[in-house]
Design a binder for this molecule. Structure first.
Ligand code: UDP
Length: 310
């Protein structure tokens, strides 16, 4: 049975992917420097003999003395407040980190999957966003550190595929939510749920008419698992194409949690994308995949998680 090496395996998405790969019978080597990941996320897997955790910063060379079948590169700060706080680390993990992860895949003759992002589309001028759209990114703005590091990561992944014939995949992940997001994550769903459950005002940035489309974690993981085995090397969008405005989201979370919280308007961060929604026709066609979990259902599960950790 081949081993999977997952960078960023102690993070939100990474830990769910570790769990699923273990359930599929794989051996999983999880690398994480715990800068935004958390040991708690992987604690239940530590007693599994097929699981191994190595605390390592993947911007430094990765040495592993065993066969590896698959390298999955998920390490990176991913919440705007994190990558704005850690701009250089974000640029390094997308560039040096991706180079090291690809180098490992090359040395081990392993397959490779890159976690990319809808941020490669920047503040999109095409809606919804298909993979063929090249994006509208401000390279030197506060979000540029994440957007450009992921764009570089995609470029070097395709170069390793073309030059070294590495068997690569690229997934462009749109907004995802669910259990194991951090209380202090800073992204909109953890913020609103935490605020609603503690009767604090929900902080809506701008007028709240910007939109996002949220995918529940189990749907995303299913898409990634399907892509891992597909012979397709160009980027594939994974996300839920149900669009909602931030203000509607705030009202929905207040309603589901039966909270007494009010809404408070705060300044809109620079370069905040006005609209975002994935075009998932490609994933439907090649992976026979589409999200199954309804938004209210996913929110309820996420709210119960936050009730436990608050
Ligand atoms: N947002 C908000 N209040 C918050 C956090 C975020 O209104 O407390 C908005 C943010 O401005 C953006 C959207 O919610 O328009 C989604 O932000 P998030 O940080 O979740 O991720 P993004 O999709 O921008 O990467």
């Amino acid at each position: 049975m081949g081993s999977c090496l997952l960078t960023g395996g102690a993070g939100f998405i990474g830990s769910h992917l570790c769990e699923r790969l273990l359930a599929e019978g794989k051996r999983v080597i999880c690398l994480d420097n715990l800068s935004t990941g958390n040991l708690k996320n992987i604690e239940p897997f530590l007693k599994n003999p097929r699981f191994c955790f190595i605390q390592h910063d993947v911007t430094k060379p990765i040495e592993i003395n065993e066969d590896i079948e698959y390298v999955l590169h998920f390490a990176s700060p991913a919440s705007p407040i994190d990558y704005i706080k850690l701009p250089i680390q974000t640029l390094k993990v997308g560039s040096l980190g991706t180079h090291n992860a690809l180098g490992l895949a090359k040395a081990k003759k392993a397959k490779f999957l890159l976690a990319s992002t809808s941020e490669v589309y920047g503040d999109p001028l095409v809606h919804p966003q298909p993979e063929t759209y090249w994006g509208n990114v401000n390279a030197i703005g506060p979000r540029g550190v994440y957007d450009e590091s992921k764009r570089f990561a995609e470029a070097i992944t395709m170069a390793y595929h073309r030059v070294h014939k590495i068997d690569t995949r690229i997934v462009r992940i749109f907004n995802t939510y669910g259990e194991r997001m951090r209380r202090e994550d800073g992204r909109v769903i953890p913020n609103f749920i935490t605020q609603a459950l503690t009767n604090q005002p929900l902080t809506v940035y701008g007028a709240g008419n910007q939109t996002r489309s949220f995918c529940y974690i189990s749907d995303l993981i299913e898409g990634i698992i399907r892509l891992m085995d597909e012979d397709y090397h160009l980027p594939v969008n994974l996300g839920n194409p149900t669009e909602i405005s931030v203000i509607e989201l705030a009202k929905l979370i207040i309603q589901i949690t039966e909270s007494k919280s009010k809404i408070e308007f705060k300044p809109l961060p620079q370069d905040d994308p006005k609209k975002r929604m994935p075009d998932i026709s490609l994933a439907k066609k090649i992976l026979n995949w589409e999200p199954k979990v309804k938004f209210e259902e996913g929110l309820k599960r996420t709210i119960s998680w936050f009730r436990q950790i608050l």
